[in-house]
Design a protein around this ligand. Structure first.
Ligand code: SF4
Length: 266
């Protein structure tokens, strides 16, 4: 007797499938109309399209001030989600507070891993030594997934020049059943520096100590001049992303572009 095999084509269409299809159509449409626009226009369009159903996710890292400043000029009450993993540098926590105050951002939310999850999965706080993927899932991926349940879209500060895994980054993309908007995707390091200088934005305090990309302290080291900006993240391991920004096949297959020497992000 033949085994009953439900192929992908025969599988019932679920509400999740429909939501993903809707998000995909919207992402394609927005990407087509916004891919050559300025970051400010992209931000305005995204905020206009999603209203109170969109949040900005920021690491308050090396270059975060640029996008946060743009947001503060358009809609300072937009929710800003910050992953307070319990492993951030003290300088990052100070910077998050000072920058939010200076820019007048009124809804910065600190996302923390649940006490219960920490007690079960990482009671000694040393999971990063043995399993970085599990640690990132516990401290970043799960808290962000839960926080994003109330939103249809989110904004990131990723740029193409940051790393080869981000070379094909679109301005608008689908992430499961949500839309992800990357207003700075097209910008270069020179663009960011010029904007920061024009608006007198304070840099993250660790940048001058050789940290062009800043994450949790156990998994971040300074980089040498000839290294990729994100070379100091999970250095010595194969890991390049925390799991929040897993590159799509299109991103990985895109032709590489010249890189500058700085990057930031989660
Ligand atoms: S970056 Fe390191 S310390 Fe931070 S959540 Fe990931 S593995 Fe843990």
């Amino acid at each position: 007797m033949m085994a009953f095999d439900v192929s992908e084509a025969e599988r019932p269409v679920t509400a999740q499938d429909t939501a993903q299809d809707t998000a995909q159509d919207m992402a394609v449409s927005l990407e087509s109309s916004l891919r050559h626009q300025t970051p400010q226009r992209i931000l305005r369009a995204a905020l206009g399209a999603f209203g109170d159903r969109i949040a900005l996710v920021s690491s308050f890292g090396a270059e975060s001030a640029v996008l946060l400043h743009m947001l503060s000029q358009i809609a300072p009450d937009t929710p800003v989600l910050f992953l307070d993993t319990g492993m951030q540098f003290g300088q990052t926590l100070d910077y998050r507070k000072q920058l939010a105050e200076r820019l007048g951002l009124t809804d910065v939310r600190d996302l923390r891993p649940a006490f219960r999850d920490l007690a079960v999965t990482d009671p000694s706080g040393t999971l990063w030594k043995t399993d970085v993927d599990a640690c990132c899932r516990l401290r970043k991926v799960v808290p962000l997934e839960q926080a994003l349940e109330g939103f249809d879209a989110w904004i990131t500060g990723r740029k193409r020049f940051q790393a080869i895994t981000r070379a094909g980054l679109p301005v608008v993309e689908r992430n499961q059943d949500k839309i992800k908007v990357n207003p700075l995707a097209n910008w270069t390091k020179a663009d960011l520096d010029a904007y920061a200088a024009e608006h007198d934005l304070p840099p993250h305090p660790l940048v001058r100590f050789g940290y062009p990309s800043i994450g949790c302290w156990p998994c971040t080291r300074p980089v040498e001049n000839d290294e990729d900006a994100r070379a100091g993240r999970w250095a010595g391991s194969e890991k390049t992303e925390c799991g929040i920004h897993t590159p799509t096949a299109a991103e990985l297959n895109a032709p590489s572009r010249p890189f500058d020497d700085i990057g930031e992000g989660l």
